[in-house]
Design a binder for this molecule. Structure first.
Ligand SMILES: Cc1cc2nc3c(=O)[nH]c(=O)nc-3n(C[C@H](O)[C@H](O)[C@H](O)COP(=O)(O)OP(=O)(O)OC[C@H]3O[C@@H](n4cnc5c(N)ncnc54)[C@H](O)[C@@H]3O)c2cc1C
Length: 411
């Protein structure tokens, strides 16, 4: 397709941002509607995998991301007694690979600053209805927007708009969520590792180095504390002393990093959903990011997936003869990647966030030994790094991207 399209995007999270940037660079007229009154990121930090890094490379933002983020070379999880449950190094998969811990604010600012030409963002506009046939949007004030040739629904895991494409095959909240926040890195001992500590599947602390963000040169860590959703707002969880003691019992060094954090006010809450969309497009509307495939963050892939969605959608629009063909091609390509992650995350989540003590005990005993079985280790690493495609396939990375990583790997 060579024609410039009028495109309306619902949601300015990572997926909506990347789509806006990629599609306006291709000459399309893009307009974004964001519910929040002020643009900005939500949450603390996250891990970009080689998949997500390749999209930033395509966007010409790899160096800027590397300048802010923290290179993560090892994924390590252990029980409080010090028994390893997970211990993976990126270089075991490929000498050029690493993950990049990033603050949400850093990715937000990089994508936001890069989109200047033809920029049209409407804040404080909550879209409540999508007319896929005519490409129209209606907001909560009753105003209508469009018509658009293409409407991209990128409004996140709790999207109420995905049903306007098709009723989802599955859409349920997970019973467990988390509290998370950024803390100063200081003299933290594990500056290039994602570290987690577990007590069965009931308690988990995660610490991820996430570097700096534009306008703030203080290196930080992203702290994650697992909790049942029902406990997030409970009176017991509002008691600062009890909360700090609970964290310290799992990981004293992590609790010490939180000494300047206001509890609970300084902690953001996270709830997640498991959503399988029957179809990703209908008429002029298409789903992207968590709106298309929300899953628990256990495998840390959601931002990476949303970035890849945006890139594949751009490429499909470039190469397909019609809009219908482009959207069908986009769905086909992305589903082949996302499906297996849905399955793995659904299967893994109760092993790390549940009250199944026996299952957790088994996990503690067999996970690490299993990951050392010849052949199994490479497979596990492919899943963790986001490169798995289907049961046995893998995503091919452009040689130019691998060379770009090589040049920057040791920096
Ligand atoms: C605790 C936690 C840790 C995570 N860790 C990782 C990680 O390490 N790596 C990783 O890759 N992923 C991680 N994820 C997943 C990742 O955060 C999501 O998958 C990703 O943010 C999805 O991006 P998105 O653009 O699809 O949606 P979102 O980022 O949710 O953006 C949706 C946007 O739409 C807006 N919106 C919502 N409704 C409307 C409406 N009706 N009208 C207009 N605007 C609307 C919202 O305000 C928001 O700005 C984690 C998630 C959690 C909760």
């Amino acid at each position: 397709m060579s024609a410039a399209l009028r495109i309306g995007i619902v949601g300015y999270g990572s997926g909506g941002q990347a789509a806006a940037l990629l599609l306006s660079r291709d000459g399309h007229q893009v307009e974004v509607f964001e519910r929040a009154p002020v643009l900005g990121p939500v949450g603390a930090g996250f891990l970009l995998q080689p998949t997500g890094l390749s999209v930033l490379w395509e966007l010409g933002l790899l160096d800027a991301a590397l300048a802010h983020g923290a290179r993560v070379r090892r994924l390590h999880g252990e029980t409080v007694a010090g028994r390893a449950v997970m211990d993976m190094r990126y270089r075991e998969l490929h000498r050029r690979y690493f993950g990049l811990g990033l603050q949400r604010g850093a990715l937000f600012a990089l994508l936001d600053e890069a989109w200047q030409e033809g920029r049209r963002v409407h804040c404080g506009r909550s879209i409540v209805a999508v007319d896929h046939e005519h490409g129209l949007l209606r907001d909560a004030d009753g105003d209508e927007h469009g018509p658009y040739d293409l409407v991209i629904v990128a409004n996140g895991a709790a999207s109420l708009l995905r049903g306007s494409v098709a009723p989802p095959a599955l859409d349920r909240p997970y019973p467990w969520g988390a509290q998370w926040c950024l803390v100063e890195r200081g003299d933290w001992a594990w500056q290039d590792e994602l570290r987690q500590r577990y007590v069965g599947a009931r308690r988990m602390v995660g610490m991820l180095p996430v570097g700096t963000r534009p306008g703030d040169a203080t290196p930080r860590l992203s702290f994650f504390w697992s909790l049942p959703v029902a406990a997030l707002d409970s009176a017991a969880n509002q008691d600062e002393g009890a909360w700090r003691s609970a964290v310290a019992a799992v990981w004293p060094q992590a609790a010490e990093r939180l000494r300047d954090t206001a509890v609970p006010e300084g902690l953001a809450q996270a709830r997640y959903r498991d959503t399988v969309a029957r179809r990703w497009h209908r008429g002029r509307a298409v789903l992207l990011g968590d709106a298309a495939h929300a899953m628990s963050p256990q495998l840390g892939q959601g931002v990476n997936m949303a970035l890849l969605d945006a890139l594949v959608l751009r490429d499909s629009l470039r190469s397909a003869p019609s809009l219908g063909d482009a959207l069908a091609g986009y769905q086909r390509t992305r589903r082949a990647h996302v499906g297996i992650y849905h399955l793995w995350s659904r299967w893994l989540t109760p092993l790390f966030q549940s009250e199944y003590d026996r299952v957790a005990a088994l996990r503690d005993r067999i996970f690490h030994p299993l990951s050392r079985v010849p052949g199994g280790r490479g497979q596990t690493l492919q899943v963790l790094t986001g490169l798995r495609r289907g049961w046995f396939g893998s995503i091919r990375q452009a040689p130019e991207f691998l060379e770009a990583l090589e040049r920057r790997a040791e920096a």
